[in-house]
Design a protein around this ligand. Structure first.
Ligand SMILES: *Cc1c(COP(=O)(O)O)cnc(C)c1O
Length: 395
């Protein structure tokens, strides 16, 4: 049968039709350990009983009302997210890129409210990823994202990732904001050094710019803290969340401080589905789990265990593996064979992972995994490495 899906995806030949905790099953019933989590989305694994209960209970009450009426669970989730973060206000979306769009709009609006109407430009980093709208692909500026879609919004000044001098040089009296991923995800799991984030904060303060963090991938416990910025102690003015926040239900959020939120007025932004009762029921249930004692400690424990085991594997297979880096359970393993081949080999051996730039295999397991799951993944990666070593020897 011809495929009627717009030809932008090149999926593996398998369909994953059932999930259970850290495992997924394909149509033939083959079991895989899921160390991709649908690209950092299913942070509590598959079929988590608390999420199932929250979703099914809400599904039996009401699905959608629109924001023309109060949504009590939305008020509750906004309060809870702001209580545990730098923020004073939250706006809910259905995806990551809509959260980014909200970040860009509120940053502009902040400058407008200050009377700084000439400040409209944004400084962003090379190798960034902020999603797929025209503004978001322009913000990242990578040819593979923008090819054939021009003319693009031309109000982004893209500087080499992490280069503070370049940021300083790019700031003009038209600059409104700086936007950065505290850990770059798609480009190969690259944590921004604390000093870089501090430097960005200082420059933003000195020049009256909004500092925007894209924590869509690295936020919500993924780094071992609820928000990755907590590792640096640097707080943004505006932050995008998505992926793990809904545990698999489409949900994103834009968090902002008081001054930013106060620049917005009734009717100045909105979304039909954003913050709907189903998403809010699940979002609150996800947060219940993530704020339980020991949840983040487990992420940190399994992370250091896994990193350590990966270091040993690199020593064992220097011809196949190059290096490991990351934060929490956001881990990048740089390999020497083409990463897609390596990932396919691991998948055949029963481990699901995700590719990233820089020839990196991304390990983004559910945050609920144990050391036993880590051992299982290590054994599979070991076997996959042996395949490549054997292939080299046969040549
Ligand atoms: C996934 C991602 C996005 C885009 O999220 P969508 O839900 O696909 O729109 C933006 N920024 C980062 C850092 C991401 O990882």
């Amino acid at each position: 049968m011809a495929n009627a899906i717009m030809p932008t995806y090149a999926p593996a030949e398998i369909a994953l039709v059932k999930g259970d905790g850290a495992y997924v099953f394909d149509e033939a019933g083959k079991r895989y350990l899921d160390f991709a989590s649908g690209i950092a989305v299913t942070a509590l694994g598959h079929g988590h009983p608390a999420l199932l209960d929250a979703l099914t209970a809400q599904a039996g009450k009401i699905w959608h009302t629109s924001n023309l009426y109060r949504i009590p669970d939305q008020e509750r989730l906004a309060r809870r997210l702001t209580d545990i973060s730098f923020a004073d206000y939250a706006f809910f979306t259905n995806s990551g890129v809509e959260a980014i769009e909200c970040c860009l709009k509120v940053a502009r609006r902040l400058q407008f409210a200050r009377g700084e109407t000439e400040r409209y430009r944004m400084i962003t980093f090379s190798q960034a990823f902020h999603g797929r709208t025209l503004a978001a692909v322009a913000a990242a500026g990578q040819e593979k994202l923008t090819h054939g879609f021009g003319p693009l919004p031309d109000w982004f000044d893209i500087v080499p990732a992490g280069d503070l001098n370049a940021v300083g040089g790019a700031i003009t009296n038209e600059t409104a904001a700086i936007m950065v991923e505290p850990v770059q995800g798609e480009s190969g799991i690259k944590p921004m050094p604390t000093e870089t984030l501090k430097g960005l904060r200082r420059m933003a303060d000195d020049h009256g710019l909004a500092l925007v963090f894209d924590e869509i991938q690295c936020g919500m416990g993924r780094s071992g803290k609820m928000f990755a910025y907590e590792w640096s102690g640097v707080e943004p003015d505006i932050m995008a969340l998505a992926k793990g926040i809904g545990g698999g239900f489409p949900l994103g959020a834009c968090l902002m401080n008081k001054e930013v939120g106060a620049a917005m007025t009734v009717g100045s932004h909105g979304s039909t589905y954003g913050g709907n009762p189903l998403a809010m029921a699940v979002g609150n249930a996800v947060l219940d789990e993530m704020t339980k004692d020991g949840f983040l400690a487990n992420v940190i424990d399994v992370s250091s265990y896994l990193m350590d085991r990966l270091d040993k594997l690199i020593e064992k297979h220097p011809d196949v593996l190059e290096l490991v880096r990351g934060l929490g359970l956001m881990i990048g393993l740089k390999v020497k064979p083409p990463v897609r081949d390596f990932i396919a080999a691991a998948r055949e051996e029963g481990l699901i992972t995700a590719p990233a730039g820089d020839n990196v295999m991304r390990l983004l397991p559910p945050l609920i995994i144990t050391r036993e799951h880590a051992d299982e993944a290590i054994a599979i990666i070991d076997t996959a490495c042996a395949r490549f070593t054997a292939a080299d020897a046969a040549e």
